[in-house]
Design a protein around this ligand. Structure first.
Ligand code: 13P
Length: 257
């Protein structure tokens, strides 16, 4: 059985005081039910890099996992402004978001660079959350599936077959991010099904059944149940609605079937 993954992407929000308060608020709501939640889901928060130490402290003793929003693929070196995988590991980071559409579009990250980051995360035993998704234009032009499957294939290039189940895929249609226009559960399910189909074809049934494919793009406490109850939607990557403790705590408790 695939564990549902509910992941918070705080993007470039919050200061240390607010970050600690947010974690405390989420914990107050979900710590009492942590044992039940842990049976079938993982919960992760990805703060801005500089807040990782503060959030790591605030998470002490919690079952919630710590993620990063980005990282460099080298362990060290002359890469001003970058954060290396071992630095993240030193603070207990277990998941790293890779190839988010904001990184692709604002910071011009290529599939090739993203692929290096996926491989680096796996080498450091972190779960890469490989983001794929089409823009509004690509969506309108009927090219969504082409774009998503190409990003998937390039993102997984040279990843050993046996490591593919350790990658989480996040389908985030760019037109749904921060817009309040969520993909319908049926729209998302059809892309998720195609992603799983492509993985099945290339890597076989066992790996396709094991890999998690989560949805992101205007997920909130009202639409999360209908999304994650679809068979191929294994969780959510949540932006705006993860910045409020009560709404994220509700999303964490999503009904998955
Ligand atoms: P929103 O939930 O704010 O639409 O952001 C989605 C996202 O980009 C998560 O990575």
């Amino acid at each position: 059985m695939r564990k549902t993954l509910i992941a918070a992407n705080w993007k470039m929000h919050l200061l240390p005081v607010g970050a600690r308060a947010l974690v405390a608020g989420i914990r107050e709501a979900i710590d009492p039910v942590a044992a039940t939640l842990a049976k079938d889901r993982e919960v992760m928060v990805a703060p801005p890099a500089i807040l990782i130490p503060a959030v790591a402290q605030a998470l002490a003793g919690s079952s919630m996992l710590l993620g990063a929003q980005n990282m460099h693929y080298e362990d060290k070196g002359a890469f001003t402004g970058e954060v290396a995988p071992p630095m993240l590991q030193a603070y207990g980071v277990t998941h790293v978001i890779v190839g988010h559409s904001e990184r692709r579009h604002i910071f011009h990250e290529t599939d090739e660079l993203i692929n290096k980051k996926v491989i680096a995360a796996l080498q450091h035993r972190m779960t890469p959350i490989l983001c794929v998704g089409e823009t509004q234009d690509e969506h309108d032009g009927g090219r969504a599936l082409d774009v998503v499957l190409r990003q998937l294939q390039r993102g997984l290039e040279n990843v050993g077959d046996e490591h593919v189940p350790s990658v989480a895929i996040a389908y985030e249609p760019v037109w749904a991010i921060g817009t309040g226009r969520t993909a319908t559960p049926e729209q998302a399910e059809s892309i998720h099904g195609a992603i799983r189909g492509a993985i099945l074809e290339r890597y076989g049934r066992g790996r396709a059944d094991a890999v998690r494919i989560i949805y992101g793009g205007s997920v909130n406490d009202e639409n999360v149940d209908s999304l994650v109850s679809k068979p191929d939607i294994d969780g959510a990557l949540v932006g705006g609605a993860s910045l409020k403790a009560d709404s994220f705590a509700r999303i964490v408790r999503a009904r998955t079937c």
